[in-house]
Design a protein around this ligand. Structure first.
Ligand SMILES: NC(=O)c1ccc[n+]([C@@H]2O[C@H](COP(=O)([O-])OP(=O)(O)OC[C@H]3O[C@@H](n4cnc5c(N)ncnc54)[C@H](OP(=O)(O)O)[C@@H]3O)[C@@H](O)[C@H]2O)c1
Length: 256
């Protein structure tokens, strides 16, 4: 099974580095990251797109804004039977088909916890028969969910694709706050990381909903209730609804 990866940045490297048993060929304009990924998987990196061999699977890992430039230089070379697996946010099947001429397309919304085998990959298949093989690639770095419409890939992007950044931002803010209370940066970071890790594991292992788990930490008139009450009074939920809408709008812009 031959696979080419064009664009070997944070996400593509997180996902592809977990896949075994493929004959891997990589390309990036600056070569460096292509070489790094190829070295990890005993594959081959290329300086020139024209030298990429014919493959069974072509993984697109560049930024959405970089796709057209890539496609312009690659379209004539692509075997139209190759299954194109796109990791790009907001780049539709229609756009990929128009610029690459590919018949078989998979759109995937992944996230960077794939780096530690805990990613979430949402897959949408367009005219692909052997879906199990492709899903198997992604199962090596996390959980998969197959969606029946392309709209769901766009809808999930602000949640699972961007979601880790929200958690990291919360961690940043809480770490800074704790640091101001006599803890060193290392101590504060360790406390917040372990709190988020413990809560995530508890949430994933427990049958209780996030709301129920929250209640278990929130005693009547206690400290947690005061903190959450203050956040809620400042419009926490409305703030998130507005923020997600801004993300949805960006997806629509990318989709053109
Ligand atoms: N990062 C995330 O958490 C995340 C989550 C969900 C979805 N995504 C999607 O994943 C994709 C990649 O994101 P990323 O954060 O991994 O980006 P990134 O780290 O910036 O990596 C982009 C890669 O694309 C390469 N590239 C640039 N122009 C190219 C061209 N014309 N042809 C081929 N390759 C080209 C870059 O090459 P050089 O190394 O030479 O610069 C780099 O290796 C995006 O489309 C994004 O929407 C990302």
């Amino acid at each position: 099974m031959k696979m080419a990866v064009v664009g070997c940045g944070n996400l593509a490297t997180a996902v592809i580095s977990k896949i075994d048993g493929v004959d891997l060929h990589t390309y990036t304009p600056s070569f460096t990251r292509a070489e790094e990924l190829a070295r990890l998987k005993s594959g081959k990196a290329y300086r020139d797109l024209k030298d990429l061999p014919k493959v069974d699977y072509l993984v697109l890992g560049m930024k959405p804004q970089q796709f057209e430039e890539f496609a312009f230089g690659f379209k004539d070379q692509l075997d139209k039977e190759t299954i194109v697996i796109s990791l790009l946010a907001g780049t539709s099947v229609k756009t990929i088909r128009k610029h690459l001429g590919s018949k078989r397309i998979v759109r995937v919304m992944s996230n960077t916890p794939a780096l530690v085998g805990e990613g979430l990959h949402a897959l949408y298949f367009d005219n692909v028969e052997n879906t199990e093989t492709v899903e198997g690639f992604f199962k090596t770095s996390g959980k998969t969910i197959v969606v029946g419409s392309e709209e769901k890939i766009d809808a999930i992007t602000c949640f699972s694709g961007s979601g880790p950044a929200y958690v990291f931002e919360l961690a940043r803010v809480l770490t800074n706050e704790l640091e101001g209370r006599g803890f060193s940066q290392e101590e504060a970071e360790a406390v917040i990381k372990q709190t988020i890790l413990g809560s995530s594991i508890l949430m994933s292992k427990s049958e209780s909903s996030p709301l129920e788990l929250r209640s278990q930490v929130t005693s009547k008139n206690g400290v947690t209730e005061k903190v959450l009450g203050s956040i809620e009074a400042d419009g926490f939920e409305a703030l998130w609804k507005k923020a997600i809408l801004a993300g949805d709008q960006r997806i629509n812009e990318l989709k053109g």
